[in-house]
Ligand binder design. Sequence first.
Ligand code: ZN
Length: 424
Amino acid sequence: MPCAYHDQLVQIRRQLHQNPEEGWSEFTTTAFIVETLRKYGYEVLLGRKVINPDFCLGREPSVVQAGLERARKNGVSEALLEEMQELTGCVAVLDTGRPGPTLAIRFDIDCVPVTECTDPSHLPAREGFTSHNPGLMHACGHDAHTSVGLAVAHWVMDNKDALNGKIKILFQPAEEGVRGAAGMAASGIVDDADYFLASHCAMSAKSGELATNVYGFLCTTKFDVTFHGRPAHAGACPQDGRNALVAAANATVQMMGISRHSGGMTRVNIGQLIAGEGRNVIPSKAVMKLEVRGETSDINDYMVEQVNNICEGVAKSFGVTYDCRKMGEAVDLTSDKELVDVLNRCAGQIEGLKVLDKPNNFGGSEDATILCRRVQAKGGKAAFFVWGSNRPSGHHTATFDICESDMDVALTLWTKVIPAVLNR
Ligand SMILES: [Zn+2]
């Protein structure tokens, strides 16, 4: 049954779907979120209050500038852009003034670099709300996450007299590539949270299903490794050159051969290798974009160490230097039973919603885990859940879509979980 906020959920989701923005460039999206939250009556924190720039991962200046330019074109005011301090994302805060715990909840806002399908078999194409930004698409459902987050904010404000404690609603940038959470965590914005909750739509849960026993968040680290060599004439004096391309190629082969770990799953991928200047020049520069994953932090650390050793060894043998920049990071997660019990109990009150009783393998990485861990490290409780939705194709594909009525279910769940946590 559609909830009272159904029209808002669909309208905002479709508006966001048409205006997808990549991680760290979500200025138009952030402006819309901020203005909506202020209209509801929230105190909204932005810029360095919610993101510590020293801990931002994978934030490309050219992408940031393109996002700023787009925002200006879209009519975002200079005053609001100034408040953002070139940092996207924001946090809505509501202190009820009554004693009670602090609950932080997190929604991610960025899109994926995918070109959206325009065939009428794809519902957004048929109904006229496909992406206006070429090469970019909300192909992971973060448009729905943001829409649900704003509807939650609306509901909280409408019901604030019946709530205790304090609520912080985080709209996190740059989840894709697991880049945004570290900066948000390092701002200290969740350090006072007694409870923290985050969620994702769809994944392996279908419409009408809720996964609260989610496992298999792979720890991951993303790197850009650059080898620096020395150019030389390939015919006249190759011995004077230092070949960065060969170093990177050797590193690639060696990394693919890192030994498995008996303690659990590992992954490694070199997704991009760009090297060289021209046919007859000894290549002086090579850039590798790579990632490793591990089932636990220890196993991921093992993969990171192997990657570092290989870079060091290869650099030595080819007489080149290298630098290694961390571009993204996520950790594993164990949800706290106290919050899982709350989720299960609240889900039980929603007709037609079935809590999956088997452990649900997330099978990917999520940087909400960084925020979860930050809260847990300070003695708070955290949990992550997946609200199901039927989808025509996989996440990050051109025909990805969700079933919009499932946003109503997600919102209804939040409207039960929030009082259950704050009014305990
Ligand atoms: Zn996602």
